[in-house]
Write a protein that binds this ligand. Structure first.
Ligand code: NAP
Length: 312
């Protein structure tokens, strides 16, 4: 990172998930020698998913980490450079855009933001203090620690049921606690979870506290219909109640919606000319590997046109 020329790039891509590496693939094939700064999680959230069954081309499903490696390999094959570095400050007031990382500073003629999203926390007592001692946001990372243990899964969406099903490989029982009567997850996952002998549902119920000294021992629950409180003993709790976009460093510089998702038009252009965004940082609607990959490709195609128009 000391060679100045390496820090001045035509296209800088922040993030290494499906959107980031798809953008890099297209930019590399357009001979723009893109640089990807991976961020903290190489491969993004998709890499933490055990199996992805709805990415086209893999009829038997594909491991999330494996798909991430394939994305990276393909992007690198055409000339993408990858740095294990994270942007912590940007200056988008003039071009070239300045991006500051732990390791130094980059100057980029165009920027593609694919910084993804992070799990939302319940914000209940015990959640932070017992993190890593029973509290988790990643079944693929932590599921194996709960062999023959009792586990709670919070949430009623696709993530909660998919991850809950994954945890049944290890846990003796999985109790899904969901705040409403109806689940939000798609029909296939609902059916699989409801038919699974290790999975039970506690509906109309929220977790109000995670209890334990040194490690999780139980959760305090509240039935939202009756107000009744109860204690559910468990060794672990996996929280899957949605995500919020990793867009803090762009606040005040890129136009965002009320939840912090970067606003893009259908050409993936942000409010700043030369800055594009793709994937979950800019998508509160679909959040699929395939849609993020598509957005990333579109962003790179449009960024390439932007540079071509300037040099014409
Ligand atoms: P999600 O669809 O937003 O579901 C979040 C769940 O958490 C909802 O059931 C919600 O309840 C609940 N929730 C939210 N805030 C809560 C709180 N403070 N306390 C308690 N419960 C709370 O999020 P997701 O499951 O992470 O899925 C995100 C996106 O990825 C979706 O578009 C999903 O389809 C997609 N995805 C797809 C797959 C797949 O296709 N196999 C797998 C994973 C994710 P309510 O229902 O009451 O709102």
């Amino acid at each position: 990172m000391t060679e100045t020329k390496n820090n001045q790039v035509k296209m800088l891509i922040l993030g290494s998930g499906p959107a980031g590496f798809s953008a890099a693939l297209y930019a590399a094939r357009a001979e723009l020698a893109p640089l990807v700064l991976t961020g903290m999680q190489l491969g993004g959230q998709a890499a933490l998913t055990y199996t992805i069954e709805n990415y086209p081309g893999f009829p038997e499903g594909v491991g999330g980490a494996q798909l991430g490696e394939l994305f990276q390999k393909q992007a690198e094959h055409f000339g993408t450079r990858v740095e294990f570095d994270t942007a912590n400050k940007v200056d988008l007031s003039a071009r070239p855009f300045k991006v500051t990382t732990d390791a130094g500073e980059y100057a980029a003629e165009t920027l593609i933001v694919t910084t993804g999203a992070s799990p939302i926390h319940l914000n209940v007592p015990g959640e932070d203090t017992l993190l890593g001692r029973g509290v988790s946001y990643c079944a693929t990372c932590d599921g194996a620690f709960f062999k023959d243990k009792k586990v709670i899964v919070v949430g009623g969406g696709d993530s909660a049921l998919e991850e809950g099903l994954f945890i049944t490989r290890y846990a003796s029982s999985v109790t899904v606690v969901h705040r409403r009567e109806e689940l939000r997850a798609g029909a296939i996952l609902q059916k699989r979870a409801q038919e699974h002998p290790k999975i039970q549902f506690v509906l109309n119920t929220v977790v109000t506290e995670i209890l334990g000294s040194g490690k999780m021992e139980a959760a305090r629950l509240k039935n939202v219909a009756t107000g009744a409180e109860s204690i559910l003993e468990a060794d672990g709790i996996f929280i899957f109640i949605g995500h919020s976009p990793n867009t803090e460093i762009f606040k005040g510089q890129l136009k965002m919606d009320a939840h912090g998702y970067i606003e893009v038009n259908h050409m993936m252009e942000t409010s700043v000319a030369g800055v594009f965004a793709a994937g979950e940082a800019a998508d509160p609607h679909f959040r699929q590997v395939v849609t993020s990959a598509g957005m990333g490709a579109a962003a790179a195609i449009q960024a390439t046109r932007f540079l071509e128009a300037e040099s014409a």
